[in-house]
Design a protein around this ligand. Structure first.
Ligand SMILES: *[C@@H]1O[C@H](CO)[C@@H](O)[C@H](O)[C@H]1NC(C)=O
Ligand SMILES: *[C@@H]1O[C@H](CO)[C@@H](O)[C@H](O)[C@H]1NC(C)=O
Ligand SMILES: *[C@@H]1O[C@H](CO)[C@@H](O)[C@H](O)[C@H]1NC(C)=O
Ligand SMILES: *[C@@H]1O[C@H](CO)[C@@H](O)[C@H](O)[C@H]1NC(C)=O
Ligand SMILES: *[C@@H]1O[C@H](CO)[C@@H](O)[C@H](O)[C@H]1NC(C)=O
Ligand SMILES: *[C@@H]1O[C@H](CO)[C@@H](O)[C@H](O)[C@H]1NC(C)=O
Ligand SMILES: *[C@@H]1O[C@H](CO)[C@@H](O)[C@H](O)[C@H]1NC(C)=O
Ligand SMILES: *[C@@H]1O[C@H](CO)[C@@H](O)[C@H](O)[C@H]1NC(C)=O
Ligand SMILES: *[C@@H]1O[C@H](CO)[C@@H](O)[C@H](O)[C@H]1NC(C)=O
Ligand SMILES: *[C@@H]1O[C@H](CO)[C@@H](O)[C@H](O)[C@H]1NC(C)=O
Ligand SMILES: *[C@@H]1O[C@H](CO)[C@@H](O)[C@H](O)[C@H]1NC(C)=O
Ligand SMILES: *[C@@H]1O[C@H](CO)[C@@H](O)[C@H](O)[C@H]1NC(C)=O
Length: 723
């Protein structure tokens, strides 16, 4: 009998009863043992462990990709796969759960297990992660009296409820190491210290409650709180950042190990922002420094594979590709020499893990900016890290009567405290270049279009005398909220200007159904303005403003009370004529677009609207569709949307994410013009594929192309300066 079936009904029982039942079950399950820790490392099966870990988030790729990604991580010397758990995917409505497809957490953990790796489960359930609303389901917003992430009863109820649900699910599948499964570590909360002060004394109470609640779930494996220096015992405080060897104050008890939960391999990228490229030498240097200085025994690369923010899953202004600069790129291809250099680092550290985990440590000055960190075992095992902290100059040093030449800003690892086996600045791995080969341009495709209608005030069903907050009105079922009004000036109004202020992300203004202007904000600004001259006569004019969110915010305190949407609207006539403040006015609203409501991106709903042959390019607020044959093979594919401006794209009904090509970086290029099309979104065989686009501003679909992605590698001879 499957344990899963046995457990199902118990999940419906009150928490106390179900945890007793689960405890009985796990006691009866085979293999495994508690995972514990001491001042040096996690202790798994009675053994201290030197662990390299990589973040791979299951919903940011597809189940068809998971095996390959995990396999490449393993080949790269990764021992642990770390993932967040994405609450808003799993509990879209209170008590209604979804663990299907990309949300199949159990399948993902089992894939990790099948490849012989460990897993770290960061339940949160607040995760931030550049993920819509930091992972919170939007319905939390409507729970009466709720304040997120503090000592607030309604919040604590739902947080405990979801955390328990996930822990019980893992237990029911015997996935904790204590049950013989792969999960050796879990996380509760996430970087709470960043917001704790905002909650006063309730912050501290909440941290204590969260720790007790998590520990009370009796998983048999330790919990961490990252960026929480005062994490209560037995929860381990861990570090996030790029330089934890320099910034981490260390474990808050001599009995806890030094854990680095997020070693950022890059940084998130926003629309309008540049990609962040962190050199492999720098990643390797800081990883080695963390091990040398802090006795680090667990380093997780965030991200090891970033992947794709499909659909509307990314948070405010985030591009759709996520951490493309990670050791595995957005499509899962090896990014060289990053992947290989870290693999070499991992292999070198593993060869020395005996003295690192069991030796004593001494720190010896070997120069003004040079130090040796020596780990030595009674049994004779020894490893030394020779640190050259001089950014500019190489250094010649003496260590144990041998001379060593240290590259600038580098750490040299000496096996047996004698032989150099790795230098963080000397990259021996091959380079790779990504190649995009055009498979087809959609210029000969049959494009059809459907113009999204512009709603008017008089047709609106939802009305208010004030400007409504956007997210509470849409409940985040759509990026879009129409604000509409009808206007007739009391007296002459020549040269009118429409003035809009917004704390949403984009506004498109329409007069009598015709687009007059578009304006947008950016990731770092709190609001933006639109000032647009337009024409009208003394007749009643219909004005409709489409306000757009590009993801909800994912960070900071008091997420539940953020205000998004239009904040002020006015019409300014020429200086000697009156101006009109329309902030308090008769407003009509429409949540979402008609095409979204009818789901016209699904094959079965195409006929809900009348499509016509696409005519001229550069039209605003329009849907396009066509079909195409995909190339055979298994290389990754991307849609090149360079000729479009802003919107969303669907392949066979599945959203490949938001695109925003018209938001340029400072040097004039879009932040992202290529959008990943997972192979599994395509039809098998010769059946054509449906491509549907929603374009907000104006583009030319006939210039879209489908590209095949591959990499070329070239051998890289490591610099001879080593030794
Ligand atoms: C979680 O809440 C749901 C209702 O939303 C309830 O049915 C369930 O029993 C709760 N589970 C736990 C473990 O509290
Ligand atoms: C590292 O280990 C050494 C030797 O056991 C110990 O003396 C030192 O305090 C530890 N350092 C940190 C930061 O934990
Ligand atoms: C570390 O251990 C080695 C081998 O047992 C010993 O020779 C050395 O003195 C010890 N060093 C320190 C700093 O305790
Ligand atoms: C290093 O050299 C000094 C002097 O030449 C000698 O006394 C010492 O034993 C040597 N140490 C090692 C580890 O060989
Ligand atoms: C949010 O919308 C609900 C109706 O869905 C309303 O009852 C509530 O007052 C609104 N909250 C805020 C803060 O506007
Ligand atoms: C304004 O909207 C109303 C209601 O849809 C419509 O009857 C009217 O023709 C519109 N006016 C203009 C100028 O488009
Ligand atoms: C909107 O329609 C009204 C009434 O027909 C007209 O007077 C006005 O000029 C139109 N404005 C624009 C910008 O089309
Ligand atoms: C318009 O009215 C709103 C709401 O009363 C007010 O907050 C705002 O300051 C006014 N704007 C101008 C430009 O007077
Ligand atoms: C606009 O409406 C808001 C909310 O009802 C109210 O607080 C404010 O006083 C009004 N402002 C004006 C100028 O009427
Ligand atoms: C597209 O239309 C807008 C406004 O209608 C215009 O400003 C822009 O120049 C046009 N772009 C192209 C490429 O034709
Ligand atoms: C994407 O398409 C544009 C033309 O729209 C072209 O200039 C560009 O080279 C293409 N990019 C890639 C990577 O193929
Ligand atoms: C590999 O890339 C590095 C950094 O761009 C460059 O210096 C080196 O010449 C490249 N090696 C080869 C073999 O292409």
């Amino acid at each position: 009998m499957k344990k899963k079936e046995q457990l199902r009904p118990w999940l419906l029982l009150p928490a106390v009863v179900s945890s007793i039942v689960v405890a009985l079950l796990s006691a009866a399950s085979i293999g495994g043992g508690e995972v514990t820790y001491d001042g040096r490392s996690l202790v798994v099966d009675g053994q201290r462990k030197m662990l390299f870990s990589g973040s791979i988030h299951y919903p940011r790729s597809t189940p068809e990709m998971w095996g390959d990604l995990i396999g490449k991580a393993k080949q790269g010397g990764i021992d642990v796969i770390q993932t967040y758990v994405f609450w808003n995917l799993h509990e879209p409505q209170p008590g209604q759960y979804d663990f299907s497809g990309r949300n199949d957490l159990v399948r993902f953990i089992k894939e990790i297990q099948a490849q012989g790796l460990y897993a770290c489960l960061r339940i949160g359930p607040f995760i931030e992660s550049e993920w819509n609303y930091g992972g919170f389901p939007f319905w939390l917003h409507d729970v009466p009296g709720i304040v997120y992430r503090t000592n607030n009863e309604p919040f604590k109820f739902y947080m405990q409820n979801f955390t328990t649900k996930i822990v019980n699910l893992m237990k029911s599948e015997s996935l904790f190491a204590s049950q013989g499964g792969p999960i050796i570590l879990s996380q509760i909360e996430n970087e709470y210290q960043n917001v704790e002060k905002a909650f006063g004394s309730d912050g501290l109470l909440y941290v204590d409650w969260a720790a007790k609640m998590a520990v009370g779930l009796e998983t048999g494996v330790p919990w961490v709180m990252c960026k929480q220096q005062d994490a209560p015992d037995p929860v381990i405080n861990s570090c996030n950042g790029m330089r934890c060897g320099e910034t981490f104050a260390g474990p808050n008890s001599p009995n806890k190990p030094s854990i680095w939960t997020e070693d950022w391999t890059s940084f998130y990228q926003v629309f309008g922002g540049e990609p962040y490229i962190r050199p492999e030498q720098d990643i390797a240097f800081h990883a080695a420094l963390f091990i040398a200085r802090l006795n680090g025994s667990y380093i997780n690369y965030y991200m090891y594979h970033g992947g794709t923010n499909f659909g509307r899953t990314s948070s405010a202004y985030m591009i759709t590709g996520y951490y493309d600069q990670a050791p595995l790129d957005e499509y899962g291809l090896l990014r060289q020499p990053k992947w290989g250099h870290l693999k070499d680092l991992h292999a070198a550290i593993k060869r020395c893990s005996g003295p690192l985990l069991y030796g004593n440590k001494s720190v010896i000055s070997i120069g003004q900016l040079q130090e040796a960190y020596v780990f030595e075992e009674e049994t004779g095992g020894c490893v030394a890290f020779l640190l050259n902290n001089d950014k500019r100059n190489a250094a010649s040093v003496q260590f144990r009567n041998e001379s060593f030449n240290l590259l600038p800003k580098s750490i040299t690892i000496l096996e047996d405290c004698k032989s150099e086996i790795f230098n963080t600045a000397a990259v021996a791995s091959v380079n790779s270049t990504r190649i995009f080969m055009t498979n087809q341009v959609f210029d000969t495709a049959q494009w059809e279009e459907f113009a999204e209608p512009t709603p008017n005030y008089c047709e609106s069903l939802l009305r208010s005398d004030v400007l409504l907050e956007q997210t509470n009105t849409t409940k985040d079922i759509s990026d879009y909220l129409w604000y509409t009004f009808s206007f007739k000036p009391d007296s002459a109004c020549t040269g009118p200007t429409l003035q809009v202020q917004s704390t949403a992300h984009v506004a498109h203004a329409f007069v009598n159904g015709t687009s007059i202007s578009t304006a947008h904000g950016n990731h770092d600004a709190k609001s933006f303005k639109m000032d647009v001259p337009f024409e009208f006569s003394e007749e009643m004019t219909n004005i409709s403003i489409l306000s757009v969110m590009v993801g909800l915010p994912d960070s900071g305190a008091f997420l539940e009370s953020r205000y998004s949407g239009l904040t002020q609207v006015g019409i300014q006539c020429s200086p000697d004529e009156p101006s009109y403040n329309l902030t308090n006015y008769s407003w009509g609203y429409q949540v979402g677009l008609l095409g979204e409501k009818l789901q016209i991106y699904l094959e079965e709903n195409l006929n809900e609207v009348v499509w016509s042959e696409a005519t001229s390019p550069n039209q605003s607020l329009i849907w396009y569709k066509t079909s195409f044959d995909a190339p055979k093979g298994d290389e990754p594919l991307v849609l090149n949307l360079s000729s479009m401006a802003k919107g969303e794209a669907w392949i066979n009904g599945q959203s490949i994410g938001r695109y925003w090509v018209s938001f340029l970086m400072t040097e004039g290029q879009p932040s992202q013009s290529l959008y990943h099309v997972p192979r599994s979104f395509l039809n098998d065989g010769s059946e054509p594929n449906l491509l549907v686009l929603l374009e907000e501003i104006g583009g030319d679909p006939s210039q879209i192309s489908l590209e095949i992605v591959s990499t070329s590698t070239s051998t890289y001879i490591s610099p001879s300066s080593v030794k």
